[in-house]
Design a binder for this molecule. Structure first.
Ligand SMILES: [Zn+2]
Length: 142
């Protein structure tokens, strides 16, 4: 998609999130992992929000998870989405634990087609040279 066609707000990487966006650009999901308590966390920050440890490293995660909650958006909160309603926002709980606020794609925006705990997997939408957005679609079984 040409950059000038993208009319939605584009995330701006910070020092804390640069590695995350670098992974997304490669179509890989990388999250901060705390070596003190052995758990992933999100959003990225320099210390672990679970144990306040500072021994944090980046690890690639599976990109698989399940729908924790979702909402079907019939009204756009920003003009960039006005042509896309209805669309689905969701909180996805990754197999590794953290929850990401994201969009569900590849599914009809109908409550009959979406349920909590539905297995999903990450897909990436390239919106600029630097930024690819992680979104989730129903997992292909098997
Ligand atoms: Zn920790």
């Amino acid at each position: 998609m040409p950059q000038d066609a993208y009319s939605k707000p584009i995330p701006a990487p910070s020092p804390e999130t640069a590695r995350y966006w670098e992974g997304c650009r490669a179509h890989e999901l990388w999250l901060p992992f705390c070596r003190d308590c052995g758990r992933f966390f999100f959003y990225p920050r320099r210390f672990c929000p679970q144990c306040f440890g500072w021994d944090v490293e980046w690890r690639r995660v599976s990109g698989r998870g399940k729908v924790y909650s979702y909402a079907i958006q019939y009204r756009a909160f920003h003009p960039g989405w006005s042509q896309e309603t209805p669309y689905v926002t969701a909180l996805v709980e990754l197999d590794e634990g953290p929850r990401l606020y994201t969009n569900l794609v590849g599914v009809d925006p109908d409550p009959n087609n979406i349920r909590c705990d539905m297995p999903v997997e990450v897909v990436f939408e390239d919106i600029s040279e630097e930024i690819s957005l992680p979104k989730f679609r129903p997992a292909v079984s098997g």
